[in-house]
Design a binder for this molecule. Structure first.
Ligand code: SAH
Length: 344
């Protein structure tokens, strides 16, 4: 029999489970609090539960706790990169970024990725597997416990394509923003996608208040195809129309991410095309100087080009920020820490 995944269960599911094993419903609330508020690392620490119940849970359930196998701390800005081991030996990475407005954690949604974006290290070895809701939540819980501070913002921008792990992502969002758990506001959660059109549309139907970020990275279908294989499946015009739909259904302004690759997508022509695509849309564009990976020959656009690119967008009334590079000294783009570890 498959073991019951305790930490991936919503409070309603856990209540039903407690009833099926002959326990009172209020036990579910206690258990949920031990897992999702107190973040205990062992079932035996749940002292309000009887010894019998604890033994039973240990026998019959999976109790997910991630083990840090490596932590790198930036000397400049306190950014921390964590490498966590999962129960089956897979490893994933997560990042803590400290901002004036609070602590933000960037989590992985899959071990590896099958999207194949050309500049990204996470996808070089393909997809190992989807993460469970518990494994997504645990990245945040372990980091919060490690620094002893509240985590106020979460971005699903680590390894993996969140909309390729759709059901687990939705459960994760429900649990993260549940008043019985960490109770993080949906507005403080961002999910980033390479643009899986039917899933963007499905997400829009849920009318959540999260921010959706689209990895755009190019100003035309032709150029996007060179960087992102997903463009073979969904044309740029379809992706942008799904984003319009997301805004219409949720009222949430879209974020477009654009990683600047020297000589590839940072020319005057690119800005002109980008303005034509986005002008008049209620959106925000985040420019990210590409983080070069050794397996590919892409280089960063230089500082002047980035600044000029930003200026031209602003002159056309488009909201732009340049993603501040955090943790420069512990570098490693998405997936690099994991890849290096796996090679060892
Ligand atoms: N699969 C999702 C989320 C993961 S990546 C997505 O595609 O959006 C988070 C962001 O980092 C994406 O915009 C991705 O394109 C970008 N990214 C990945 N590798 C990068 C690199 N080496 N340099 C700059 N940005 C990168």
């Amino acid at each position: 029999m498959e073991k019951y995944d305790l930490k991936s269960a919503t409070i309603e599911q856990l209540t039903a489970y407690m009833t099926t094993i002959g326990e009172k419903p209020f036990r579910a609330k206690q258990l949920y609090e031990w897992m999702h508020v107190k973040h205990v690392a062992e079932i035996d620490e749940m002292t309000t539960l009887s010894k019998n119940l604890r033994e039973r849970l240990k026998q019959e359930c999976i109790f997910t706790v991630l083990k840090p196998v490596d932590v790198q701390i930036s000397k400049y800005d306190g950014t921390r990169k964590y490498l966590f081991a999962l129960g089956d030996g897979n490893v994933i990475e997560s990042v803590l970024m400290k901002y004036k407005h609070g602590n933000s954690v960037c989590i992985s949604s899959q071990a590896g990725c099958r999207m194949g974006c050309r500049f990204c290290a996470s996808t070089l070895d393909g997809l190992a597997r989807n993460l469970t809701p518990a494994e997504m939540l645990e990245q945040i819980y372990r980091i919060g416990s490690d620094i002893g501070e509240r985590i106020s913002n979460v971005v699903v921008m680590g390894s993996g394509e969140p909309l390729d792990n759709f059901d687990h992502l939705l459960t994760f969002i429900r649990m993260l923003t549940d008043e019985h758990g960490l109770n993080i506001s949906q507005r403080n959660l961002t999910v980033s996608t390479c643009g899986i059109v039917p899933k963007i549309r499905e997400l829009a139907e849920h009318k959540l208040q999260i921010t959706l970020a689209l990895s755009l990275h190019a100003s035309s279908q032709e150029k996007r195809l060179q960087l992102m294989p997903i463009a073979n499946k969904y044309d740029l015009s379809e992706v942008l129309s799904a984003c319009d739909d997301y805004f219409k259904k949720t009222g949430r302004r879209m974020t477009f991410e654009y990683s600047l690759v020297g000589g590839v997508n940072d020319t005057d022509e690119d800005v002109r095309e980008l303005v034509a695509l986005l002008k008049g849309k209620n959106c925000h564009i985040n420019l990210i100087p590409v983080n070069p990976i050794k397996e590919r020959s892409f280089v960063q656009s230089d500082g002047e080009t980035v600044a000029a690119f930003k200026k031209k967008l602003e002159n056309n009334g488009i909201n732009v920020t340049i993603r501040r590079e955090m943790g420069r000294d512990i570098d490693g783009a998405c997936g690099q820490l994991r890849k290096r570890y796996m090679e060892r």
